[in-house]
Design a protein around this ligand. Structure first.
Ligand SMILES: Cc1cc2nc3c(=O)[nH]c(=O)nc-3n(C[C@H](O)[C@H](O)[C@H](O)COP(=O)(O)OP(=O)(O)OC[C@H]3O[C@@H](n4cnc5c(N)ncnc54)[C@H](O)[C@@H]3O)c2cc1C
Length: 463
């Protein structure tokens, strides 16, 4: 087995995508090194390189399923380390544009845990793999290539401030939303990829809270996203969510603003905003803030089209937010970073089957596969944001008419699902990326039901 492996691989960034990539690469390379700018904390603490860790991080079912496959027993371990496994359709209260979604029993489960805890578990499990090494305080500065056509390593700065190079047969950029890959490619003489941006101008303000002893609201999470609300008034562009996190009496509250609305980052303003939406009034007397609220506004959907590059260096691939950074309110980013690692494994296996000697051609094929996998999440998150932008009056990029027609249809399926539990479950499974979306357009009975009821369903969701 060992002789069949490639030599060495480097993952840039030790976040979700970097650790997942290392896990996958460890089966295909003799040595895998994760280079991360930050120091790795030993516990579930916030860290500088992942400032989004202060905010709600929902894990889609597809992401959890990937984690259970690559880290057997992951869900049980997470629950043993204070995560909560909750029933999506009965224990989560979800406010949609038509009002509160009906609650009913179903097999769909969701794991609630903080981003730092999730990352810690994935990292700790990956660190246990014998051929994987993590190096903290290593900032990658550039790619290295002798001939400009094949990447042969990276240049980095270590904790002592010294610059050095590390050779690698494959470099995976998983350095997130602020990836410098376009600059690195330019340095090697390549045209940077085209970038597409769709911005619904969402903002967050989040705070971990402790609740009063014995307080039980009858739900384990409330989610109320301002996704183009039917109502006028504060709720049109304001929302709030509250989820159980990491142990007893510990929750997180995130205030949402869409269409340019910005929730405040000070404690008094935080509560005023929370009261203004009214979704969590019963919780307010029972919560004590555990930290200063953290604000965040970099939420635009941003797609870098690496798959369309006319020429690219071999042996360099990118995944996670470095490629597709989704508006985080739709909860897809971490799962898509994991899907990227799974796609990489698929291409590594295909490369072997092809009988290829090295990794030639893998980079282009991988970026195309990842672009294909990213299509549905991209349509889901940009579809909602086009609507928000239109309502707020600043739609800058025109929406593709085909996507707009699909969105109008999806909006009505959402409305209809409030009257049909089976449909609601199918829709949720699709949004959790565990059900093929083909049924949405192929199901003729559904199409007839929606078409026959078009105007009423549209009114329910304000379109
Ligand atoms: C406010 C907010 C809320 C979010 N909520 C959700 C949610 O509910 N669900 C969800 O799935 N996703 C959510 N996301 C998205 C999620 O955080 C990202 O999609 C996910 O972390 C992407 O993983 P990644 O590995 O690509 O990047 P990251 O996890 O961000 O990791 C990148 C890593 O690279 C390191 N790094 C950067 N540059 C260098 C360098 N030059 N050298 C070495 N290391 C470097 C960073 O320090 C960091 O550790 C949210 C994001 C934000 C901003």
């Amino acid at each position: 087995m060992t002789r069949e492996r490639y030599g060495s691989a480097v993952a840039v960034g030790g976040g979700i995508g970097g650790s997942m990539a290392a896990r996958v690469l460890s089966d295909h390379f003799e040595r895998v090194t994760v280079l991360e700018e930050d120091v790795f904390p030993d516990s579930a603490e916030q860290r500088r390189g992942v400032p989004q860790g202060n905010h709600i991080h929902g894990l889609l079912s597809r992401g959890r399923s990937v984690l259970d496959t690559y880290y057997p027993g992951f869900t049980e371990e997470a629950v043993g380390r204070t995560a909560h496994l909750v029933k999506q359709t009965s224990e989560i209260r979800d406010h949609r544009r038509y009002g509160w979604a009906p609650r009913f029993e179903s097999p769909l489960r969701v794991l609630l845990l903080s981003r730092p805890l999730l990352e810690l578990i994935i990292r700790s499990r990956t660190m246990q793999i014998s051929n994987v090494t993590y190096r903290g305080s290593h900032k990658v500065l550039d790619l290295v290539s002798e001939d400009g056509e094949t990447v042969t390593g990276v240049r980095y700065r270590n904790a002592a401030g010294e610059n050095a190079e590390m050779r690698a047969d494959l470099v995976v950029d998983a350095s997130g939303r602020r990836s410098d890959a376009s600059k690195w490619l330019k340095n090697l003489g390549y045209e940077p990829p085209e970038t597409v941006t769709v911005d619904g101008r969402w903002s967050y303000s989040s705070c971990f809270v402790r609740t009063s002893p014995g307080w039980d609201p009858g739900w384990k999470a409330t989610t109320a996203h301002p996704i183009g609300s039917v109502t006028e008034g504060p709720r049109r562009f304001r929302g709030a969510s509250m989820l159980r996190q990491d142990g007893e009496r510990r929750w997180i509250i995130t205030l949402w603003g869409s269409g340019g609305e910005r929730p405040p980052g000070d404690p008094a303003g935080f509560f005023d905003y929370l009261r203004s939406v009214g979704y969590l009034d019963e919780a307010i007397p029972h919560v004590e803030l555990l930290n200063e609220p953290a604000a965040w506004s970099a939420t635009a959907n941003r797609l870098r089209r690496f798959e369309l590059m006319k020429s690219r260096p071999e042996n360099f691939v990118l995944l996670g937010d470095a490629v597709a950074a989704f508006n985080p309110v739709y909860g897809q980013g971490m799962t898509m970073a994991m899907v990227g690692a799974v796609d990489l494994e698929t291409e590594l296996v295909e490369q072997r089957k092809r009988g290829a000697d090295g990794l030639h051609g893998l980079a282009g094929r991988f970026q195309s596969r990842l672009a294909e996998s990213s299509q549905l999440p991209w349509k889901l998150s940009t579809g909602g944001d086009f609507r928000v932008a239109r309502l707020a009056g600043f739609a800058e990029t025109p929406q593709d008419p085909k996507d707009a027609a699909l969105q109008a249809y999806m909006d009505r399926i959402d409305a209809l699902s409030s009257e049909d539990d089976e449909l609601k479950l199918k829709l949720l499974e699709t949004l959790h990326l565990v059900r093929d979306p083909g049924w949405l357009t192929d199901d003729e009975d559904l199409r007839q039901r929606v078409t026959a009821d078009w105007d009423r369903l549209g009114k329910m969701v304000g379109v």
